[in-house]
Design a protein around this ligand. Structure first.
Ligand SMILES: C[S@@+](CC[C@H](N)C(=O)[O-])C[C@H]1O[C@@H](n2cnc3c(N)ncnc32)[C@H](O)[C@@H]1O
Length: 211
């Protein structure tokens, strides 16, 4: 990262309440944010998934905020945190500890800024945990991590290992193609405005548990 990414996010991605989860405010990219400047400055720049809330994170954040007992006093991990939306919702809902995990260093930076803007404390972990052992947590929240087939297979296998090891798992997803829906149980549904849907169209997204 050769640009001052924190300054860039603060100055060019306005802090806004999240549609559907207005308890959380996020730095969100708009048409004039100029994210290409980040890409031009860094050959390792990945698609900036962290710059907007995704449908899967939105439904999960809404669910956690509406049902704080799911997280109150528990150690929670947000796997694939992006902007940090789900992690921040869990912290606001009373989790004892929240770890935000992402492979993308820009996501960690964005989540850190967004957490500060929401006055919550998170821990951060950059890396891919999906090939490893279950973490020492009570609950893993997964917002919109089933957007590619290979990744979806790895994430599902990891989450099943976690569940077998005694870690609870909740997944938020707006129905991505790679979601293994036949092996999941719908826990709740909420309408969301998903990133990429034209004109702010609303679609149903769901919170799932592993069967
Ligand atoms: C579609 S975004 C969702 C972000 C956020 N959870 C939300 O719903 O708004 C998926 C995020 O997962 C991250 N990611 C992809 N593979 C990952 C992995 N193996 N471990 C952790 N994070 C990963 C990406 O960098 C990206 O930030």
């Amino acid at each position: 990262m050769s640009l001052d990414v924190e300054a860039f996010i603060r100055e060019r991605l306005p802090l806004e309440p999240v549609v559907g989860a207005p308890e959380v405010r996020l730095h969100r990219a708009g048409p004039h944010s100029g994210l290409m400047r980040l890409a031009d400055a860094d050959p390792d720049f990945e698609p900036p998934y962290w710059s907007r809330p995704w449908g899967g994170g939105l439904v999960l954040a809404r669910h956690v905020l509406d049902h704080p007992s799911l997280v109150t006093g528990r150690r929670v991990m947000d796997l694939g945190c992006g902007s940090g939306l789900v992690a921040i919702a869990a912290a606001l809902a009373g989790a004892a500890e929240v770890v935000a995990v992402d492979v993308d260093p820009y996501a960690i930076t964005a989540a850190r800024l967004n957490a500060a803007a929401n006055d919550v404390a998170l821990s951060y972990l950059r890396g891919d945990l999906t090939r490893g052992a279950p973490p020492d947590m009570d609950l893993i929240l997964v917002g919109d991590l089933f957007y590619a087939r290979g990744l979806a297979r790895r994430v599902e296998a990891f989450l099943r290992r976690c569940q077998s090891g005694g870690v609870s798992v909740l997944i938020g997803d707006p129905g991505r193609e790679a979601l293994p829906a036949a092996r999941l149980r719908v826990v709740a549904e909420h309408p969301v405005v998903d990133y990429g849907d034209p004109g702010g169209a609303v679609r149903n997204a769901a919170v799932y548990a592993l069967i």
